[in-house]
Design a protein around this ligand. Structure first.
Ligand code: PMP
Length: 368
């Protein structure tokens, strides 16, 4: 029974579209292949799985609140100062921490319209105002961001590669964005998909965070490292920024087994390289196949990530394709609540999954 009326939440809460969790079965009970959350289709590094299985199983003690081994492993891998590494329950937590530490009522946080949905939520949660900037051809528009800066701007969130578009902002553009911002504005470069870039495509994020006092880079173990279930993200910035975020962080935010798995995952560069190579091959194949459906009005936004945003500009609508793919046994992401009613974001799966979802899409195109 519903006891009414319940206390009213803050007014902005009901303006946020609830996150709809992916389904695991179709209406008639068949298992669904999940291509909706940009997870690693090759699984997890066997070494990371072994470290997870072999981790200390003590249940009554909290995990290491300082994540010492994890920070040291990250520092060794990327040539960083371990004292300047922060870790979170997914990089999501770090995005919330930075908003919490740097913005509040009367302040503004800038992000692009076709950006990661958490930016707006993190902004509103702390009572700050999101300033939403239009993308240019689905890519981050540095000039538009710079034009949106006011004396109330505290933080700029930029994802590179960006989600849900998959677009990449080159190193020189990120440098130009940083150079154009006042030193009082914190530039957050969200690199959840950075490991999918080739080394030549380095976006300068970590290099900037090493030397600049107003840059925070965030990264995650959820994507290429295949540890999404354990919820581990990390960030790098100058010591005062890290200190500020630590002061409001939940103390024991990364599990013991998760820390162990992450350390082993970092060391298994072979698994990371194999995942990147797999993704390059099958993203390329997928984009080529969709390109052949171009006369049906399908178009891919150029992607450097482990997913592709497909635009539907012909007879077949994204809405119909979403439901048709679900019936065929594939769940992908349809984004009407993010202003993209004519697009589906499709994660690159295994060879079989990628061939399967492509065939299902071709079938829908032919019947539309
Ligand atoms: N940033 C971006 C751009 C993402 O796409 C995601 C995952 N959807 C995250 C951050 C957060 O991932 P996690 O909390 O699993 O680290």
């Amino acid at each position: 029974t519903n006891i009414m009326p319940a206390p009213a939440p803050k007014p902005w809460i009901m303006g946020i579209a609830p996150y709809t969790p992916g389904r695991s079965t179709t209406d008639d009970g068949r298992k669904v292949i999940k291509l909706s959350s940009n997870e690693n289709p090759l699984g997890t590094s066997p070494a990371a799985k072994a470290a997870f299985d072999g981790a200390d199983r003590t249940l009554e003690r909290y995990p290491d609140a300082g994540a010492v081994e994890l920070r040291e492993a990250l520092a060794a891998q990327y040539d960083l100062d371990p004292a300047r590494v922060i870790y979170g329950t997914g990089s999501d937590e770090i995005l919330h921490l930075v908003a919490g530490a740097y913005a509040g009522p009367g302040d503004e946080i800038i992000h692009v319209r076709y950006g990661f949905a958490v930016y707006e939520i993190a902004t509103r949660r702390v009572g700050a105002e999101p300033v939403i900037v239009d993308d240019r051809d689905y890519a981050t528009d540095v000039d538009a961001i710079l034009a949106a800066v006011t004396e109330r701007t505290r933080v700029v969130f930029v994802a590179n590669p960006n989600n849900p578009t998959g677009t990449f902002t080159p190193r020189a553009e990120i440098a130009r964005l940083h150079a154009g911002l006042p030193r009082s504005v914190l530039l957050v470069i969200d690199q959840a998909y950075a490991e999918y870039l080739s080394p030549e495509e380095d976006d300068a994020g970590l290099a900037l965070a090493m030397t600049e006092a107003n840059v925070l880079v965030t990264r995650t173990f959820s994507k290429i490292h295949g540890l999404a279930a354990e919820r581990i993200g990390w960030g790098y910035a100058c010591a005062p920024i890290i200190d500020a975020m630590h002061r409001i962080r939940a103390p024991f935010n990364v599990t013991t087994a998760g820390q162990a798995a992450a350390v082993a995952a970092l060391a298994d560069t072979g698994f990371v390289d194999a995942t990147r190579a797999h993704n390059d091959t099958w993203r390329g194949w997928f984009v080529e196949q969709i390109g052949q459906m171009g006369n049906a009005g399908l178009r891919c936004v150029p992607s450097k990530a482990n997913f592709v945003l497909v635009l539907f500009e012909g007879n077949l609508t994204a809405d119909a394709a979403y439901h048709g793919l679900m019936e065929a046994g594939y769940i992908v992401r349809w984004l009407p609540s993010q202003g993209l009613p004519n697009a589906l974001r499709i994660t690159i799966g295994t060879e079989e999954e990628t061939r399967g979802v492509t065939a299902a899409l071709r079938d829908l195109v032919e019947r539309a």
